[in-house]
Design a protein around this ligand. Structure first.
Ligand code: NAP
Length: 318
């Protein structure tokens, strides 16, 4: 395919990385962003065309998709998610899009009409997958587990910095967090050549499913400091997140549900879909510290000396 690829959420973790990977590969890319800012300027400097607009706005979606033959759809966890999905699907049908890559969540694979979760976001992802299935669009579904960086590390950074502890209410549950850059690599690979991917569902995890104690050991190795895991009680943890005022009620309920599902060991999942699609394995925590923290991972993973990387990791985390 030779047409333009529309990437929504161009200012976000996955969307921006998808744009960069595709631009590196010489594809024609258009990023849809909510508004133009420093992030979109950075993408424009790499040759990405920018279309500003709201994903729930039919006209903005129509303008952004005009002339495109493939679409990545993803946006921030928010109450308007389902409306935006259906909006984009309607516009994609109008433009006879050849591949519509939808990001969902791994939890959806365990959901059904009689088994949902307490997260309104997860329910909307399940409904969005249903609606896209009914649409007849050439859909590719990508269901990542919790993101290593924007979920897992963000929730643990402050307590690592202040106390050399990972304080989370995950009990003895295991998780296999995946780097958002690996998710983006999968999406970019599919968009570049969608033949053979349409109709498929990819479930994306990191390379190991580990307890928090094992993860703390990886932190210790990467930072050259003793980092321990402390299993904190759920409700005070949830309340502290709420009191911080940093999260909307929708996002707070979603994160709290994820924490409880991890406690129940529902995130103890492992797949090799990152490697199956891209040809290279998913980053583990140590690999992410070594590369992803320092610079966005490129197709040819950048290598640096361990000493330099550890110094830079410590300056950010310790
Ligand atoms: N984080 C995890 O652990 C995890 C795990 C599995 C799946 N996922 C899925 O990953 C997706 C999120 O991807 P991400 O990490 O790239 O999200 P992100 O970093 O929050 O980026 C999403 C982008 O969407 C844009 N956006 C939000 N609402 C919009 C609207 N109404 N119109 C136009 N643009 C809008 C945001 O713009 P602004 O920046 O201007 O607000 C943001 O740049 C979600 O589907 C989520 O369920 C996440």
């Amino acid at each position: 395919m030779t047409g333009t690829i529309l990437v929504t959420g161009g200012g976000g973790a996955v969307g921006s990385a998808v744009c960069e990977f595709l631009a590196e590969r010489g594809c024609k890319v258009r990023a849809m962003v909510r508004q133009k800012d420093a992030r979109s300027e950075k993408l424009a400097a790499r040759g990405v065309e920018i279309a500003a607009g709201d994903l729930c706005d039919l006209h903005a979606a129509h303008r952004a998709m005009e002339g495109c033959d493939r679409v990545y759809f993803g946006m921030s966890v928010s109450p308007a998610y389902l409306e935006a999905t259906v909006n984009m699907a309607a516009v994609a049908k109008h433009h006879q899009i050849k591949a519509f890559v939808n990001i969902s969540q791994m939890t959806v694979s365990q959901m059904g009409i009689t088994s949902t979760t307490d997260s309104p976001q997860q329910k909307m992802h399940w409904l969005a997958e249903q609606a896209l299935g009914w649409s007849g669009l050439p859909v590719v579904t990508v269901r990542p587990t919790a993101f290593l960086n924007t979920f897992f590390l963000r929730l643990s950074m402050q307590s690592v910095r202040q106390h050399r502890q990972i304080r989370l209410p995950f009990g003895t549950g295991k998780i296999s967090p995946v780097a958002s850059d690996d998710v983006a690599r999968v999406i970019a690979t599919v968009l570049e050549a969608p033949e053979g991917h349409v109709g498929r569902i990819y479930e994306l995890t990191g390379p190991r499913s580990q307890s928090m104690t094992e993860i703390a050991e990886e932190f210790s190795e990467a930072l050259d400091e003793t980092i321990t895991y402390v299993d904190v009680p759920f409700e005070p943890w949830r309340k502290a997140l709420a009191d911080s005022g940093a999260l909307s009620p929708h996002v707070l309920t979603h994160l709290a549900t994820m924490a409880l599902l991890i406690q129940e060991n529902r995130y103890d999942r492992l797949t090799s879909d990152v490697e199956r699609v891209t040809g290279s394995p998913a980053l583990d925590l140590t690999g992410w510290f070594w590369t992803g923290l320092i610079e966005r991972v490129s197709w040819d993973r950048r290598s640096r000396t361990c000493g330099e990387v550890r110094r830079r990791a410590r300056s950010r985390w310790c």
